[in-house]
Every structure is written in structure tokens, then in C-alpha cells.
Design a protein. Structure first.
Length: 121
């Protein structure tokens, strides 16, 4: 199971600093669910527009390779959000070495982060 973590720190949009975390987990059935994004009531802030944007962009890249869509996972979002609390804004990104694989990005626009991860393939 591969989970992608996009950690965008310091990306500016109209002079507003954006700090967002989004995680995905491959779908385990033929159905495609994102409802959890809209009803999230957990302890962390979630920008639903950003979450849908990243999910859609990532699935577009997966489709280029014939890969199945991935879906939202609240469990992995909370794992990443909790891990992000330990980031010290040094510009040095370190993997959590937890139970999920991660792609970390710093200083990218949301689209740039997806492109950079896709270009690694």
C-alpha cells in the first residue's frame, strides 16, 4: 500500500502562506468515495477545496499509466497532520519512517508538487 503525502510549506498564494497536508490511500473496492472529505470533524484543520484539488490532480497522473484512482483516507490524513506538528520550518524534510510511504515537497504550488512527484517516476 502506497500513500502519498504532500507537505507544502511556504507556498504563497496572494501573499497568504499555505500549509496543507493531504494523504491518499488506494481504493480497496470498485467504488470511489470522497465523502469523508466533506464530513471530516476531526481534531485537525482540513481545507476541502485543497484536498479535492490534490486528489483530482493525482488521479489524473495515475490515469496516464492506467493505474486505479486513489481515494481519501481520514486515518492517513490524521497520521500526516499529527506528524507535521513536529516540523520545525528548517527547510529540511524528513520521512516519518512510519507505516506509510511518503512523498514530501517544500516550496511548490499544489500543482508543482504533483508534477514533481510524477516526474520522479
Amino acid at each position: 500500500m502506497l500513500i502519498f503525502l504532500f507537505l507544502l510549506l511556504g507556498a504563497t498564494f496572494a501573499d497568504v502562506v499555505v500549509e496543507e497536508l493531504v494523504l491518499y490511500i488506494p481504493q480497496t473496492s470498485s467504488r470511489y468515495y470522497t465523502i469523508d472529505i466533506d464530513v471530516y470533524m476531526g481534531p485537525f484543520d482540513l481545507n476541502t477545496t485543497f484536498a479535492y484539488l490534490m486528489l483530482d490532480m493525482h488521479n489524473e497522473k495515475r490515469a496516464l499509466h492506467g493505474a486505479k484512482k486513489v481515494r481519501w483516507s481520514t486515518e492517513t490524513f490524521e497520521y500526516a497532520a499529527n506528524y507535521s506538528q513536529y516540523y520545525n520550518c528548517s527547510g529540511i524534510l524528513e520521512h516519518s519512517y512510519g507505516r506509510y510511504g511518503e512523498n514530501l515537497a517544500y516550496g511548490y504550488t499544489p500543482g508543482g508538487a504533483v508534477e514533481a512527484c510524477h516526474d520522479l517516476e
